[in-house]
Write a protein that binds this ligand. Structure first.
Ligand code: S3P
Length: 440
């Protein structure tokens, strides 16, 4: 079992980069695989989740040449995928398994998709049900509610579907299936979830019309799209989030994170932290592969609690574990509501982060749809947590959030089960150490 120790007492200082965005990397791999000709994906995320999607496309007959900072994809065109000889293992990745199921529903071959123990617990009915409405033939445990999923490719028809959940994974699975379906699909979600698939469709020139939270996609386009000489993946805002919170709560910190994606469907944490009193600047704004990018500079600041309601959930969804760390040391109360989706992530994040932070002295109580955090801070300064012995529950974002919590503890904190960090941010520990050892 891997673990590491966080020794507090030093500020975070310096300039870093974070891995390429995990969500964008999944989509870049899939859409370049379906393109005509070769594409190069620069600064892609080399976390296990994305490597599993890369291996899946390789198993579907797409050649990919990997180097440390560039992935060269030899696209096979819209109809060029071939039947894999064995089951596809998506590892820990909800995005991987759901997007691939959408992609494979309309092929003319058979595939089995599975993943690790966490993936085999997560809800798949949310994509299986609408895909079956399109004519897909998908079998799975509990009637298709749970993976493994066995997909017998079928001739799909377009769908008009309103998703009950604001989920980019549902939306993207259906958008990919819609490409192979007869007719025009119309997909609506209750609030706008991350829109990387839509932006990347537009980047490749794939026909898609947006009308607020409704998307229209023409199936079976008569001409496909071409590969691109270079697609540069922005740094992952969800990886940057750990240092945004860390630099804010550790006194004397000053950190710049370069080349980070600041797509507004992802940056709810910035809005919440600014309302809490954080000192965050966005510098050098630019655009990369149809996505807004900036350098983010963060200095330490005193925080106070705020309310985070349902309207802010989709754009903050992956940042709640680390936001709870900020709330735990802030002055006053933070109330997070409308966030029941957190219960079906890599772990039940409402339960896991509450249990773990409480063990470090945080005053945090679970609600069915969120949590209430009574911060330890005063109006003069942020509070301190107690040293602890944390456990990730196999969830990468819980592991990294506990590491950030440990930075404000009064003595070293040990975090167990940290191997899962490699799913999204294999160099997390090294990046954190860089900031802690920068010459003061
Ligand atoms: C993701 C969408 C989100 C997010 C996940 C990545 C994506 O999940 O939590 O980490 O890449 O589409 P939902 O779409 O289920 O909310």
């Amino acid at each position: 079992m891997e673990s590491f120790t966080i020794t507090p007492g030093r500020p975070l200082r310096g300039t870093i980069v974070v891995p390429g965005d995990k969500s964008i990397t999944h989509r870049a791999i899939i859409l370049t695989a379906l393109a005509n000709g070769v594409s190069r994906i620069a600064r892609y995320c080399r976390g296990e989740d994305c490597l599993n999607t890369m291996r899946a496309l390789q198993a579907l007959g797409v050649r990919m040449d990997e180097s440390a900072d560039e992935l060269c994809v030899h696209g096979k065109g819209l109809w060029g995928l071939t039947e894999p000889s064995g089951p596809i293992d998506c590892g820990n990745s909800g995005t991987g398994i759901r997007l691939l199921t959408g992609l494979l529903a309309g092929q003319d071959f058979f595939t089995v998709l599975t993943g690790d123990e966490s993936i085999r617990r997560r809800p798949m009915g949310r994509i299986v049900k609408p895909l079956r409405e399109m004519g897909a033939s998908i079998a799975g445990r509990k009637g298709g509610e749970l993976a493994p999923l066995a997909v017998t490719g079928s001739r799909l028809r377009a769908i008009t579907y309103t998703s009950p959940v604001a989920s980019a994974q549902i939306k993207s699975a259906l958008l990919l299936a819609a490409l192979f379906a007869e007719g025009t699909s119309r997909i609506t979600e209750p609030r706008l979830s991350r829109d990387h698939t839509e932006r990347m469709f537009q980047f490749f020139g794939i026909g898609l019309t947006r009308d607020e939270t409704t998307l229209l996609v023409e199936g079976r386009p008569s001409v496909g799209w071409n590969g691109v000489p270079q697609l540069v993946v922005p740094g992952d805002f969800s990886a940057a989030a750990f240092f945004i919170v860390g630099a804010t709560i550790v006194p004397g910190s000053d950190v710049t994170i370069q080349h980070v994606g600041i797509n507004p469907t992802r940056t709810g944490l910035l809005d919440v932290m600014l309302r809490m009193g954080a000192d965050i600047q966005l510098l050098n704004r630019r655009e990369e592969a149809g996505e807004p990018v900036a350098d983010i500079r963060v200095k330490s600041a005193r925080l106070h609690g705020v309310a985070v309601g349902p309207e802010l959930i989709p754009q903050t969804i992956d940042e709640f574990p680390v936001l709870c760390v900020a709330a735990a040391v802030a002055a006053g109360e933070t109330v997070i509501s409308g966030a029941e989706e957190l219960r079906v992530k890599e772990s039940d994040r409402i339960a896991t982060i509450s249990v773990e932070l409480r063990a470090m002295g945080a005053r945090i109580t679970e609600q069915p749809d969120g949590m209430t955090v009574r911060g330890l801070g005063t109006t003069e300064k942020n509070g301190f947590l107690q040293a602890g012995h944390g456990r990730s529950h196999g969830d990468h974002r819980v592991a990294m959030s506990l590491a950030i919590a440990g930075l404000t503890a009064l003595a070293p904190t040990v975090i167990d089960e940290t191997a899962c960090i490699a799913t999204s941010f294999p160099v997390f520990q090294r990046t954190l150490l860089e900031l802690l050892t920068e010459r003061q």
